[in-house]
Design a protein around this ligand. Sequence first.
Ligand code: ATP
Ligand code: MG
Length: 237
Amino acid sequence: MSEPRAKTQIELRGVTRAYGEGDALVRALDDVDLEIRQGDFLALAGPSGSGKTTLLNLVGSIDAPTGGRILFEGTDLGALTDRERTRFRNQRIGFIFQDFNLIPVLSARENAELPLQLLGESSRAERRRASREMLEEVGLGKLAHRLPRELSGGQQQRVAIARALVKRPGVVLADEPTANLDSATAQEILDLMRSFNRSLGTTFVFSTHDPMVMDYARRLVRLRDGKVAAIEEREEE
Ligand SMILES: Nc1ncnc2c1ncn2[C@@H]1O[C@H](COP(=O)(O)OP(=O)(O)OP(=O)(O)O)[C@@H](O)[C@H]1O
Ligand SMILES: [Mg+2]
């Protein structure tokens, strides 16, 4: 018996992102249709230049398509003003990066608190409590006072996961989150992402070159030359 299909959370309809013009025109994404479902644990794979980062940046509304539409929980991202889009992104989307992107002069806890500060909806005490709890959830409760340079790569990525999840976004986008980690640490990071995917129902979309990382995905989208070449559905173990 198959489960009823989870509802669509993000929908790409005929999405194109072109750069340059004339002979120099590059379609980083070329007429892509894709549904991302609530609670997905979805990997984007494909050779260098196939469009993985471009797709993540469009879904995260860091960048805008040159053609087609992106619907995010029914909201057409293209219909928002810049201000609305920034607010939407701050509230609804968490980001994790390959090189962690922590602020070097802030402690682990202060880094994890930043998205709440940007949102400006909670008191200082609430933000402190939420960021401390989040660091405990990623196993860094005792290291909350440390600066990024006093942490290992895996620990820094845990801080980045805490930062991405502290505002409880519906979606976390991660561009090659394990590319700078050894394979044992990469697996710890994936296990942590998957545990949040299961406990909170947060959708995760992550890009990778690594077959071991692809194996963690519940759905694998293979890109080639800016197009979706294949979508593989995996069984839950
Ligand atoms: N700002 C830009 N200006 C021009 N071309 C760009 C720009 N950003 C990306 N591209 C082109 O778009 C295509 C897709 O790039 P993208 O970064 O999405 O690939 P990728 O799959 O993330 O690759 P990688 O695995 O190397 O990270 C490439 O041909 C790239 O050169
Ligand atoms: Mg990339």
